[in-house]
Write a protein that binds this ligand. Structure first.
Ligand code: BG6
Ligand code: MG
Length: 218
């Protein structure tokens, strides 16, 4: 059987952690008297921690010292980790295990391609670590999504040509990164938001086994 490289984003694709990032950023922004809406949050999905804070500060027209910046980054992450520490397998998004199992049955190489520096911790918490042949996360890249670096490294680790890779992403930045890398982009979420993806599904329950087989064959 042909081999394709299947690359999964983590937050908002495998687990429902996007809501925790939102809560932690909102708390931080509000503490600085900066408004933080769901629309703004959408622009932070897939975006690195540093870049996210820079964006929030610029929306609020705030400049702060380097020390304060470092302090706020740590604060956000502590708050985020307090949510993560309570996570278990119940927070794996619907039908993700089915899709991972199908791919494994078909001996398809699977990688994580996440911007998060907490990715390994989360995968361990929800007990999915052994499903992945490679893991590329925020600790392994120098350029954040929409730069394709994270996905290109994943392709290299899987030893699969980028054009034979398929990326599952819930963020605009991630879909753009997959497209720039010349990979097939599959958006998980809202069609209106992820309009540049090659395919969009509300969630994995909409992705049939037949569709997976077709991705492997085409
Ligand atoms: C991405 C999330 O996966 O990781 C972003 O979509 C987040 O919201 C980014 O900012 C970095 O994550 P972390 O865990 O390193 O702060
Ligand atoms: Mg995501």
């Amino acid at each position: 059987m042909t081999k394709k490289g299947f690359i999964f984003d983590l937050d908002g694709v495998i687990v429902d952690t996007a809501k925790y990032h939102f809560l932690a950023w909102k708390k931080l922004a509000n503490s600085l008297n900066i408004d933080f809406t769901e629309e703004e949050n959408e622009q932070l999905k897939g975006v690195s921690r540093v870049r996210s804070l820079e964006k929030i500060l610029s929306w609020g027209n705030k400049t702060i010292s380097e020390d304060k910046f470092t302090e706020l980054m740590a604060k956000k992450n502590d708050d985020y980790l307090s949510h993560i520490s309570k996570m278990d397998e119940n927070e794996i998004l619907p039908d993700v295990p089915r899709v991972l199992n199908r791919l494994r049955e078909k001996q398809q190489p699977i990688s994580l391609g996440s911007a998060s520096k907490n990715a390994r911790t989360i995968l361990e918490r929800v007990n999915l670590r052994e499903h992945f042949n490679a893991i590329v996360d925020g600790n392994d890249v120098s350029k954040a999504k929409p730069d394709p670096e994270v996905f290109l490294i994943a392709a290299e680790l899987l030893n699969i040509n980028p054009k034979d890779c398929i990326v599952f992403e819930d963020s605009v930045a991630g879909v753009e990164a997959a497209n720039v890398a010349d990979m097939v982009s599959i958006g998980i979420g809202d069609k209106k938001i992820l309009r540049d993806a090659d395919y969009v599904f509300k969630d994995f329950t909409e992705i049939s086994d037949e569709f997976i087989i077709a991705l492997i064959k085409n």
